[in-house]
Design a protein around this ligand. Structure first.
Ligand code: ZN
Length: 1097
């Protein structure tokens, strides 16, 4: 493009205003460098010392600045509730939008009249097909017909909620049960379980970590013997035998925590969890390897209360109809607490195939001994049916939730980087799988057999090594790729785009400076923050400064590019008003090193708020902004990330122009799906171009009304980016949340220009993918950017028979460019068991992961099917899963009894939470944008995030002694559990409430809020006063700790009992009937029981 490069220098834009002073961000003082984990990549120098790296420095950062916010002139129409009700006001139509930009001092348009005729580009925006997976969804939905049965009429509120009537219920003591922190050493007894059995090891594979690793369990012996094999030479984990966690098996099916044990006509009593001396030990063996399976007499447990629904001919029921005791049905809190007590005290060692890891809610350490940590991969089941017929019968989805760049706790080492030199990583010639611990070396080490496709490959001379007497390479423990589940390879130039090593990535900040953005104080706040935040761009290893370059664009209806070259005294602005034909008007000086250009950048950030302070422009463009950023990266030949700060529906005349098509009347109609679909294909086309360039887009939205999140989030979604939404943004109320999110987002380590491929051993293959990415074929997941929070969920199907002996293998390979511009491959391997008995499948499932998959499946389904169809499909699938268990695995019993598999006993309660979530069953207060936003968020959530998002955590604050500093035990998310004399925190990863009971003690009110009575507490308060007393410190500390656990800042909302805000709060009490018609847990369980009975009859 032929450009007149003589850009007019821009004079200083106005004087700094006095109000501007005193707004310095001081929060970064003393903050050293990168805050992210992967800084500790090190060469792998051998087994022992290499494993004991020091944790990366600086994991925590200073609290956000609380400097005085700039005065905002905005008087927004919005409240401060979590669901911003978009005000109808003068905002969008506001002041005249026709003010010429020339009115800005020194503002010199770069002459679109001159530039526009130069190039006449053909239209680039072409409709792009529907998401590639839609056909599959539809097919599945069509294949699962279900009668439109609805939940039985729920009992009147309160009925059935009386004090526990079930004598078997022990969970009445729940609120007083032990605190999470107390895991006495050695109290988690080893349970016999299949994985430890030597017979479980595939004999023909020379798997280094498994061969001869285990002494057979002494039948009925009190403890499992130590596992010594997998220990690296000279390595010691210290403390108790490392084998312990492997032998505390996944929840044994027989075991019911006391709180949920309410057998009516009981079978044999389930063996207690804490005893391995039980004769029942043999029954816990994997049927495939242990003795012949006996009848599963105590497998699962009947839930007699549920029987009351439906007219079964069974034996007399112990409870009258509709008196189902909430304490007698499986409690998420109890399950979570049991797992913490049983599995939280010792590391999870990954050396054994098919182990079910501890729950995501349990705090545990991981020792990588050949399989990827559950922080990287979690599966719906760790034991896969051998045949597709079995899988179809059970209807249990086979899926893995993969988080390739997951951050690790400081105690766990980041994956080692392996350099195979010029020849690149060693791979199978046929299937291209990467060298891993499961490859089998043969012929004295001269060849290896691929564990994925069985192809025999030559070992290159430089990689040759002798084998020991077990057939294992003698250097196996010196090489991460032969002994660990996760590691990285340095990529050669063959793995780089255009056969050229990549340049370091760039970040471009693109700031909406239209009337709304200025008026709310956003622009001033953002510019001030960036001045200090740019010192904390991600860096790698011990690098002194970040390799990431930065650039700046502001925009409304036109775009303003800035030259911030270090040699300039002042930044220069260039305006591109021809938004239909976007180009980048400058190359040199646009993307710069932060340190070199610091003075010019600071000057620019000082000037931007002043330059546009008087703007009357309300219209914005959107697609051209992304286009510009992408073109800039293309011109600089690098990957990177765009940070877009945007306020309104882009109605200005330009590509990607949108209209307001929000229509709540479509809810519950066949056209509801259109609310979730983008209104134009232009953004998909644009996203595709971005992906090709490695241009990831993070979008920060500040809407005052409908902005069509469904359309605006298309590019972030397809480029692996993030969307943040701050409805009715007001600096005073929202700056802490926004700045906290921004800081975290800018600093997080990202892999750019990434491609992920999941390979599987013969018999299964990856068939479907969920997450924020783009796919141009059926196997490669393309991610312009991928950060440590993003998850890709992969579904598997059979394409052949699996083998119990060899099991099934997954290998996830992620090729990416690091923040420093290094091309790498990250490899994660995971071995799963295979079974011919359905009971083994049901015993090795993970319900949290199942829910993660089912939510993503459903949330994608709403793009193509009526929401009711999607809900019905979920219910049917759940009923089929449980009916298959009942039919094939449970002992014969009355049809009136609901019998749930131990590992899935929370499936109904969690599924109900998905069904009544805002996307699938919106309440009146939920906007279309809220729904699109949440739908988009859930798509890349990991298992821990979906768990708390769908079933929020409710923590009583005044129940435990005030001196007790550990996190209080949670209570079930139901109004029934709230005591009006107490105070509770509720969080779901996005929202945080402090609920205050009306009868709470005056002293507590005084300590926490600094006022003398309940009535004086400000409803909707978002900051607790800093008071110097134990309770105040404890509660504020707990809030900080909850925030630190989540990837997004949760703004606090104080809710008083009986206050109008309480409606909002009650929305999150997910065990109760919801205002939008969602069933209570009790009702849903009865409904599920009815569905199961229909399937069985
Ligand atoms: Zn192969």
């Amino acid at each position: 493009m032929n450009l007149n490069q003589s850009a007019p220098p821009v004079p200083p834009f106005g004087q700094p205003q006095p109000a501007y002073l005193g707004h310095h961000q001081s929060s970064y003082g003393g903050q050293p460098g990168s805050t992210t984990a992967p800084t500790s990549y090190g060469a792998y120098n051998g087994p022992v010392p290499g494993y004991q790296q020091t944790p990366p420095p600086g994991v925590s950062r200073a609290p956000p600045s609380s400097g005085a916010p700039p005065a905002s002139t905005a008087q927004g129409p919005c409240g401060q509730t979590a669901y911003g009700q978009f005000g109808q006001g003068d905002v969008q139509n506001g002041p005249s939008s026709t003010v010429q930009m020339q009115r800005l001092p020194g503002y010199q348009p770069f002459g679109s009249a001159i530039l526009a005729p130069v190039v006449s580009q053909p239209a680039v925006l072409q409709p792009y097909g529907p998401p590639p997976t839609s056909a599959q969804v539809t097919a599945q939905l069509a294949g699962m017909q279900i009668s439109g049965a609805v939940a039985p009429a729920s009992p009147p509120s309160g009925l059935g909620y009386g004090p526990p009537t079930s004598l078997a219920s022990a969970s009445g003591s729940f609120p007083n049960s032990g605190l999470y922190g107390s895991y006495p050493q050695g109290q988690a007894p080893p349970l016999g379980q299949p994985q430890g059995h030597p017979g479980a090891q595939p004999p023909q594979r020379s798997v280094p970590l498994q061969a001869s690793s285990f002494t057979p369990p002494a039948s009925g012996g009190p403890r499992m013997p130590s596992m010594t094999g997998p220990l690296l030479p000279g390595q010691s984990f210290g403390g108790p035998p490392v084998s312990q966690p492997n032998h505390v098996s996944s929840p044994a099916p027989q075991v019911l925590p006391a709180g949920t044990q309410m057998t009516g006509p009981p079978g044999p009593p389930p063996p207690p969890m804490h005893s391995s001396q039980q004769p029942g030990y043999q029954l816990q063996q994997n049927g495939s390897y242990g003795p012949t399976r006996g009848p599963q007499s105590n497998y699962g447990s009947p839930y007699p209360g549920a029987a009351a629904f439906g007219s079964q001919p069974g034996p007399p029921q112990p409870l009258p109809p509709k008196r189902l005791d909430p304490d007698a049905i499986p409690s998420p809190i109890q399950v979570i607490e049991d797992d913490r007590n049983n599995r939280g005290s010792e590391p999870f060692v990954t050396g054994v195939r098919g182990q079910v890891p501890p729950l995501v809610t349990t705090d545990f350490l991981v020792k990588d001994q050949g399989n990827a940590s559950p922080r990287y991969i979690r599966c719906t089941s760790y034991n896969i049916p051998c045949t597709s017929d079995m899988a179809k019968q059970a209807q249990v989805p086979l899926a893995a939730v993969i988080k390739p760049l997951a951050r690790l706790p400081p105690e766990e080492a980041s994956p080692y980087v392996v350099d195979h030199g010029e020849s690149g990583p060693l791979r199978c010639n046929r299937c291209k799988a990467y060298m891993c611990p499961f490859m089998q070396f043969v012929e004295g080490g001269r060849r290896f057999q691929c564990c994925f496709c069985s192809c025999i490959n030559d070992v290159p001379p430089q990689y040759f090594q002798h084998l020991d007497h077990t057939g294992k390479r003698v250097d196996a423990y010196d090489r991460p790729e032969l002994s660990l589940g996760s590691y990285e390879f340095l990529a050669t130039v063959d793995y780089c785009k255009n056969n050229k090593f990549p340049s370091p990535p760039a970040f471009i900040f693109m700031i909406d400076v239209s009337y709304n953005a200025i008026r709310s104080g956003l622009v001033r706040l953002l510019c001030e923050e960036l001045k200090s935040l740019l010192d904390f761009l991600p860096r790698e290893g011990g690098a002194e400064e970040s390799a990431v370059r930065v650039g700046f664009v502001t925009y409304n209806k036109v775009l303003h590019f800035y030259n911030v070259k270090s040699s300039l005294a002042q930044p220069q602005m260039m305006v591109v008003s021809d938004v239909g034909d976007m180009f980048v008007p400058l190359l040199d000086g646009f993307l710069v090193n932060v340190n070199e250009s610091q003075a010019v950048i600071t000057s620019l950030l000082d000037q931007i708020p002043e330059m546009f302070a008087d703007t009357r422009e309300t219209e914005t463009v959107f697609a051209p902004v992304i286009q510009a950023g992408m073109e800039a990266l293309k011109a600089a030949e690098c990957a990177g990330k765009l940070f877009l700060f945007h306020t309104s529906l882009p109605i200005a005349e330009a590509p990607g122009k949108l209209k307001n098509r929000d229509d709540r009347k479509l809810i519950n109609t066949d056209k509801e799906k259109t609310l979730f679909q983008p209104q134009t294909g232009a953004y998909q086309t644009l996203a595709k171009e971005c992906v090709a360039q490695g241009c990831c887009v993070d979008l920060f939205l500040f809407p005052n009304q409908y902005v069509d999140v469904a359309t605006l989030s298309v590019v972030p979604q397809l480029t692996g980016g993030s969307v943040y939404k701050y409805a009715c943004f007001q600096v005073e109320n929202d700056q802490e949340r926004f700045l906290s999110d921004l800081r975290r987002d800018v600093q997080k380590v990202v892999g750019f220009d990434a491609v992920m491929r999941v390979r599987t051993s013969t018999g299964i293959r990856a068939v479907d993918f969920f997450g924020a990415f783009y796919m141009s074929n059926t196997t490669d997941v393309e991610l312009a950017g991928l950060d440590g929070d993003k998850t890709v969920t992969v579904e598997f199907r059979h394409d052949d028979r699996l083998n119990e002996e060899s099991g099934a293998l997954l290998q996830c390979a992620l090729l990416y460019t690091s923040c420093a511009g290094q091309r790498r491959l990250r490899i994660h391997n995971l071995a799963l068991n295979c079974c011919t008995q359905l009971a083994d499948l049901y015993r090795n499932c993970e319900t949290d992961t199942l829910i993660n998959y089912m939510a993503k499946f459903a949330y994608r389904g709403v793009l193509n099917s009526p929401v009711k169809t999607v809900r019905d499909t979920l219910i049917t699938q759940c009923a089929q899963i449980l009916a298959c268990y009942r039919k094939n695995c449970a002992s014969p019993s009355s049809a009136g009894q609901l019998i749930l598999p131990e590992c899935m006993k929370l499936l109904p309660v969690y599924l109900n939470c998905v069904l009544k979530s805002d996307v699938l069953q919106p309440g009146a207060e939920v906007t279309t944008d809220d729904r699109a936003y949440v739908r988009q968020l859930v798509t890349s959530m990991d298992v821990a995030e979906t768990n708390v998002f769908f079933y929020p955590r409710l923590l009583p604050l005044t129940k435990s002694p005030i001196e007790n500093t550990t996190e209080p035990p949670a209570v079930r998310a139901s109004e029934e559990r709230l005591s009006n004399g107490d105070i509770y925190l509720l969080e779901n990863g996005l929202n945080l409430f402090l609920w205050v009971g009306a009868s709470v003690q005056q002293g507590v009110v005084q300590s926490l809020f600094g006022v003398s009575s309940f009535s004086q507490i400000t409803s909707g308060l978002s900051v607790l006063p800093v008071l110097d007393n134990l309770l105040s410190k404890k509660v504020r500390g707990l809030i900080d700790s909850l925030r630190a656990q989540r990837s997004r800042y949760m703004k606090l909302i104080v809710v008083k009992q009986e206050d109008k805000l309480e409606t909002l709060f009650k929305h999150f009490l997910v065990e109760d009937k919801s205002l939008s018609g969602g069933a209570s847990y009790v009702d849903f369980l009865c409904h599920m029981h009815k569905e199961i009975r229909q399937l069985l009859s």
